[in-house]
Design a protein around this ligand. Structure first.
Ligand SMILES: Cc1cc2nc3c(=O)[nH]c(=O)nc-3n(C[C@H](O)[C@H](O)[C@H](O)COP(=O)(O)OP(=O)(O)OC[C@H]3O[C@@H](n4cnc5c(N)ncnc54)[C@H](O)[C@@H]3O)c2cc1C
Length: 322
């Protein structure tokens, strides 16, 4: 027989959004369960220095921050479960979720905080360069490349926004794009073309992230012309891959409204999804900001919205019984 766990609130995901939702829900007496997934702690566990999460005067480490969030959530009454959800049914109440462990979860409310993963080029040298100069987030890491040469790879809105953002820190930004035109919105392109700090390298793909020194650090990118096949080097100490993100929505595509870019739809200004009692927070519903602090902020919103929903349901049930 499978174990059945019942809860007033099940939080799916253990990044900043999930733990923040759990902290608020636990303090409201909802005894939430957080299912941590295959990446306990979420994306911040894949980085080292975090300098922009408020409350810390010194640089902190991503994995440490996530341990602290988990400890805070469990200290106030959250149950953390190491499991990965394979199936979800939000068409009946309570909602039913099946874990990889065999456990079945029954939840009165569901908070989805499954995050998103940045897309990478998939080169072995890129993997090696992560944390040594290769990044997928200029807002997070741009500051570390103050006054240095940097490159951005991509041609959509994100790539153009990242290139423009990086000019706050660097006077020498190269945007590398495999085609001869950009997919980004016209207004962004106009700002890009007008910015003298940015050079565009059209019709080139990245072949290799080149590391050197001891300790090893990025010194450049070997790029190949899609027209001539010629390989050349773009010198840079930071390379930002900006070819998009993949929000983790595959469990919900048939049951919840998804926006045109694949993110979970929420009613503007709330964490409410298209199904009553199901809430979404963090990178899985946010294609604009994608920061730990905004994920935490929307995690708080999801818990408060869920708490209000549960109180209204309870009130309606009592009124109906009288
Ligand atoms: C390398 C790197 C560096 C970064 N640096 C910074 C920084 O310096 N400052 C900053 O503010 N932001 C930074 N970010 C961005 C930040 O990490 C994200 O915005 C934030 O983690 C999003 O939080 P989240 O809770 O929405 O989701 P995530 O952190 O993506 O967590 C998602 C969670 O969902 C779980 N999950 C997914 N599917 C399932 C499932 N089916 N069942 C159960 N669980 C599931 C995963 O296991 C994971 O725990 C960085 C990101 C990266 C990749």
């Amino acid at each position: 027989m499978s174990e059945i766990k019942s809860t007033k609130m099940l939080v799916l995901g253990s990044g900043p959004a999930g733990w923040t939702a759990a902290i608020y829900a636990a303090r409201a007496g909802l005894n939430p369960i957080v299912v941590e997934g295959i990446q306990p702690g979420g994306q911040l566990t894949t980085t080292t220095d975090v300098e922009n999460y408020p409350g810390f005067r010194d640089v902190i480490q991503g994995p440490w921050l996530m341990e602290e969030m988990k400890a805070q959530a469990t200290n106030v009454g959250t149950e953390a479960v190491w499991d990965h959800i394979m199936e979800v049914d939000v068409t009946k109440r309570p909602f039913v979720l099946k874990g990889d462990s065999g456990t079945i979860y029954h939840a009165d409310t569901l908070v989805i905080a499954t995050g998103a993963q940045a897309k990478w080029l998939g080169l072995p040298s890129e993997e090696h360069a992560k944390g040594k100069g290769a990044s997928a987030c200029a807002t997070c890491d741009g500051f570390f490349y103050r006054g240095k040469k940097v490159a951005v790879i991509g041609g959509g809105n994100t790539a153009v926004e990242e290139a423009l953002y990086l000019t706050n820190h660097s006077d020498d930004v190269t945007l590398i794009h495999r085609r001869d035109s950009l997919r980004a919105e016209k207004i962004l392109q106009d700002r890009l073309f007008a910015n003298e700090k940015i050079t565009i390298l059209w019709d080139h793909t990245v072949e290799e992230f080149v590391l050197d020194g001891d300790p090893q650090a990025l010194v450049g990118l070997d790029v190949k012309s899609t027209k001539t096949g010629e390989v050349s080097r773009v010198e840079c100490e930071g390379a930002f891959v900006a070819i998009g993100h993949a929000p983790a929505t595959e469990l919900f595509t048939e049951q919840l409204k998804i926006d045109g870019d694949g993110y979970l739809w929420v009613e503007p200004g709330t964490a409410r999804t298209s199904v009553e009692g199901v809430f979404a927070c963090g990178d899985v519903m946010d294609k604009h900001y994608r920061q730990a602090v905004t994920a935490a902020g929307t995690g708080c919103m999801a818990a408060l919205d869920a708490e209000k929903y549960l109180a209204e349901m309870e009130f309606a049930e009592k009124a109906a019984a009288e």
